[in-house]
Ligand binder design. Structure first.
Ligand SMILES: [Fe+2]
Ligand SMILES: [Fe+2]
Length: 176
């Protein structure tokens, strides 16, 4: 087992309880069928970002509930961003600007979303979306956690191994 998984076993258990309704939602689980990067699905990336957000929230005295759940839903946009829209000349380029709003609408359709969670999802692409400045400390933190996790997933195989194990651990519900 990965050392970081062993070290964080208790936090993983709490994370699982805190997010179980999202993790077990059938629509949310379809995120595993969409690629984020070559080796990582949107589901894996979302759990990576969300669990690191949870660990940071505890350290930085931010409400862990909203930060963790907002981070888990930040990329809940439900399509493959690599697919070009044949009706749009610029479809793929606009994904970066458009997907936070799509993810937010999907999140609202499936879950009860509070103001902090809304802000996290809607503003997570800042500063690309210049006019969408994060309002809360939790939203600003997720902006950078998302970028950090994406970078590590792309450049570091060890991180990808860790993320795959983390997802297995998170989904190992005792009552399944
Ligand atoms: Fe995103
Ligand atoms: Fe992301």
């Amino acid at each position: 087992m990965h050392k970081r998984i062993e070290k964080n076993a208790a936090s993983i258990r709490t994370f699982r309880i805190m997010t179980k309704d999202i993790l077990t939602n059938d629509t949310f689980r379809t995120l595993d069928s969409y690629e984020h990067h070559r080796y990582i699905s949107i589901l894996e990336h979302s759990i990576h970002v969300s669990f690191l957000s949870y660990l940071l929230a505890k350290r930085l005295s931010v409400d862990p509930y909203s930060m963790t759940r907002g981070a888990l839903l930040h990329d809940f946009y439900l399509y493959d961003w690599h697919d070009r829209n044949p009706e749009s000349k610029t479809g793929i380029q606009l994904h970066g600007f458009k997907h936070p709003k799509i993810a937010l609408n999907n999140a609202k359709n499936h879950f009860d979303i509070n103001a902090v969670e809304t802000d996290i999802i809607e503003k997570h692409m800042w500063p690309l979306t210049l006019h969408k400045l994060p309002k809360y400390k939790a939203s600003m933190l997720v902006v950078w956690v998302d970028k950090y996790c994406s970078f590590r997933e792309i450049v570091d195989r060890e991180t990808r191994n860790y993320v795959k194990q983390l997802v297995l651990e998170v989904y190992s519900f005792g009552d399944r």
